[in-house]
Design a protein around this ligand. Structure first.
Ligand code: BGC
Length: 766
């Protein structure tokens, strides 16, 4: 790719396809062998062509935060060289912007690069939930919260696909760790899947229809995702209305026949002739209905057809670099900014007296390792960006793997010496590259010891220390009270270095907010004790209490809460006005609040709307994010922000009824600047839907009494017994299945009569 270089060829006119494919006509003309062959790749990155019918092959490449198109046929884990492409901020950074308009623009740029490189599908975004900060791939994922992950994912997909190329929403589903990712069974109850692990996928599918969804490597409740009919067909297609193609993660299909039957369409990469032959044999022997193979082949053909014409358009490398810089700044989170001698340390007044410490300032960490690794078009570092503004002293302070060699103690001593006389010290710390990768999980929650030792020593001689962090997921910060400021930049892509300079100097106001909680200790984290599992299983024992849902519900102190982030101004919130209308599945709640920039400079606030359900009959997280919006306000400017919540926003997944339910009663709508900084709240009374499960003999007395047609059956039975029940006896009885009264020989009915009564009661309320 070169600056503004048009890709030559017949593809430059969007909407002028040079090749149209009549999918049904092609399908009708395919042999069984050809259909089977279409359901696997030609090589690592291409679909198979059917030359005699004019069906070309198309190319797919990683993803997600930049194009990784390998120059030659090679491996898939980034070892081979790939063509230069803009390395945008990783999902961890991009998501922290909470800015769906910006994310969409980044998506458009990614789409342009994909198309200009003749690639049909970019393999991303990833919207798996950050269940533990130790997941090696968290930098590729958006958040611990499914609403946020879904909104950001949908904006990316819409942006990329607006350029006439496809996306691959991954890794579906419950791929929340890298340890044993190719075999482990994620053992998750349905309510937890529905409320935490699936909704981000659901939101992206229903709002943005990604061209493809990539199934995960792992098993879900004992079945490989690639063979999971419930996931791939019942939920994804039948419930959510997914219209695209399901592709496997690379190497995630071990037996294509059951995979096709479950709803997988395309096995990647190429894996030799045997799986194709097995599919042909299964159809011939009647073990796989031919229409199932037809459906898969049709979806592959449709993908190829919709990608035509492949290629075209131009890439303005400078403009994309500038966008990467804007996005990196927008996704950086100012966690702390305490005054020293009366004024906050950031923004810096200038570069006079500035000392930069830390190898990461000149050897930036800007992306993670594995299949997402981009070969950037250029690479900014913060030291060069700051030195462009004036004389800035530098001390590396410590060594990092892959950086220049040195002696940590000597480097530390030199940095401390320089810090004694510096006006302000900006200290660049972060996780070493090998800590964060696809394929294995992180070895630690905290920063390496050599960096913490440096921080302590520098902070001991200078009160004006601002730490700039580079890491792909939360690190513990027991040291944060020792320094005046902490700016978390995540892995900010190729322009992260200049974006940091923009933020430090106040040319751009920090605008990011945490998409994940920063805990104190690993022992406090939700999956601790269950992660990474054992003997091939990882039990999601924390259930729906993931991320802030866990910390807030259990009242666990954290370093920085979900949603937190400062900027160079402050915001005030007015009262929340909330009004409910409708009932049950038609309920909606209108919410309004006014936000004011109460400081002296412009800035952006992320207004977060949380819902609490204090009267639920199941365990619900103390609060859950349901909506958010980012507002840019000039000093003194006010804006009214409005949200509308629907029934789903108030619902929980009823494990017995196996559907979403709105339980009536009081709900509290909270608006705030983080999950622990609720600024205003309002209660609304919601008319829910009647909730009862069908009765049978094993339904308890309480369940019969709650059931509108059951209470008339069991009520008289209890009275007929004639005994006065004291409170504890009554409480005990309530939990007893009615059938047990028969087993005790004290029921006035027999088993058959009870079954008939249950059937009648069920029929009466249907
Ligand atoms: C990763 C996917 C990636 C694929 C192709 C797999 O190992 O899990 O995210 O898209 O390889 O490189």
């Amino acid at each position: 790719m070169s600056d503004a270089a048009p890709t030559p060829g017949p593809h430059d006119e969007p909407g002028q396809p040079d090749r149209t494919i009549d999918v049904e006509a092609v399908l009708a003309g395919l042999t069984l062998e050809e259909k089977a062959s279409l359901t696997s790749g030609a090589d690592f990155w291409h679909t198979k062509p059917v030359e005699r019918l004019g069906v070309p092959s198309v190319m797919v490449t990683d993803g997600p935060h930049g194009l990784r198109k390998e120059a030659q046929q090679a491996d898939h884990l980034g070892i081979g060289a790939s063509v230069p492409a803009t390395c945008f901020p990783t999902a961890a950074a991009l998501g922290s912007s909470w800015d769906v308009d910006l994310v969409r623009r980044v998506g458009e740029a990614l789409g342009r690069e994909t198309r200009a490189n003749d690639v049909a599908v970019l393999l991303g975004p990833g919207v798996n939930i950050k269940r533990t900060p130790l997941c090696g791939r968290n930098f590729e994922y958006v958040s611990e919260d499914p609403v946020l992950a879904g909104e950001v994912g949908a904006a990316l997909v819409a942006g990329i696909q607006s350029q006439g190329v496809g996306t691959s929403l991954k890794h579906y589903a419950a791929n929340n760790q890298e340890t044993d990712r190719m075999r482990v069974s994620a053992d998750v109850d349905e309510r937890t899947l529905r409320e935490v692990y699936l909704p981000a996928f659901e939101r992206v599918v229903t709002r943005a229809q990604p061209w493809t969804v990539m199934c995960a490597y792992n098993k879900v409740n004992g079945t490989y995702a690639s063979e999971h009919h419930w996931l791939l067909t019942e939920v994804l297609r039948d419930e959510w209305g997914f219209e695209g193609l399901v592709v496997s993660d690379w190497g995630a299909v071990h037996d294509r026949v059951p995979a096709l039957a479950a709803g997988l369409d395309l096995q990647m990469p190429a894996s030799g002739p045997r799986p194709d032959e097995a599919v042909v044999a299964a159809v011939r022997e009647g073990r796989l209905p031919e229409r199932v193979l037809d459906d898969a082949a049709r979806r592959v053909l449709r993908l190829v057809a919709r990608a035509q014409p492949v290629g075209g358009g131009t890439v303005d490398v400078d403009a994309h670099h500038a966008l990467a810089r804007e996005a990196a700044a927008a996704g950086s989170v100012l966690l702390r900014n305490e005054p020293v001698d009366g004024s906050p340390v950031l923004p810096l007044a200038g570069t006079d007296g500035l000392l930069v410490v830390g190898e990461f300032a000149r050897t930036p960490r800007y992306q993670g390792a594995g299949s997402s690794q981009v070969n950037p078009t250029r690479l900014d570092d913060a030291l060069t960006a700051l030195r462009a503004l004036g004389d800035v002293a530098f001390e590396p302070g410590f060594t990092i793997e892959g950086g220049p060699e040195g002696d940590d103690e000597a480097l530390r001593a030199a940095a401390v010496e320089a810090a004694r006389t510096a006006g302000t010290v900006v200290l660049f710390l972060g996780l070493p590259g090998p800590d964060e990768s696809e394929g294995y999980d992180r070895p630690r929650l905290g920063l390496p010891e050599n960096q913490v030792a440096l921080l302590e020593a520098v902070a001991a001689v200078n009160p004006r220390v601002a730490v700039v962090l580079a890491n792909g997921s939360a690190v513990s910060m027991p040291w944060r009270g020792l320094v005046a400021a902490v700016l978390e930049t995540w892995l900010g892509g190729q322009a992260g270095g200049s974006a940091v300079a923009d933020l430090l100097l106040g040319r751009v106001a920090p605008a990011g907010r945490l998409t994940e909680t920063i805990p104190h200790r690993l022992e406090d984290t939700p999956a601790f004790g269950n992660f990474p599992g054992e003997a091939g299983h990882v039990r999601y024992g924390e259930g729906v209490l993931v991320g802030y849902r866990w910390y807030d519900t259990r009242g666990i102190d954290v370093a920085y809460p979900f949603g937190h982030g400062l900027t160079y101004t402050t915001f005030g919130y007015g009262d929340v006005v909330a009004a409910a209308s409708g009932t049950g599945p038609d309920v909606s709640v209108d919410v309004r609040v006014t936000v004011t920039n109460t400081g002296a400079v412009a800035g952006a606030e992320v207004v977060q709307l949380y819902v609490r359900d204090p009267q639920a009959s199941v365990l619900r997280p103390v609060r859950e994010l349901k909506a958010f919006t980012k507002v840019h306000l000039e000093p003194g400017e006010q804006r009214e922000v409005a949200f509308t919540l629907d029934a789903r926003d108030l619902s929980y997944w009823h494990p017995g009824l196996r559907r979403w339910v709105v339980e009536g009663g009081e709900f509290v709508v909270e608006v705030g600047a983080s999950s622990r900084d609720v600024r205003a709240a309002a209660a609304v009374e919601v008319e829910g839907e009647p909730l009862w499960a069908p009765l049978d003999g094993m339904s308890t007395i309480a369940e019969w009494l709650e059931h509108p047609a059951g209470r008339d059956v069991v009520g008289p039975m209890l009275e007929a017994d004639g005994r006065e029940l004291d409170d504890s006896m009554r409480a005990m009885m309530m939990q007893m299945p009615v059938r047990v009264l028969i087993d005790f020989g004290i029921a006035p009915v027999d088993e058959d009569e009870l079954a008939a009564l249950a059937a009648r009661a069920n029929a009466a309320v249907r």
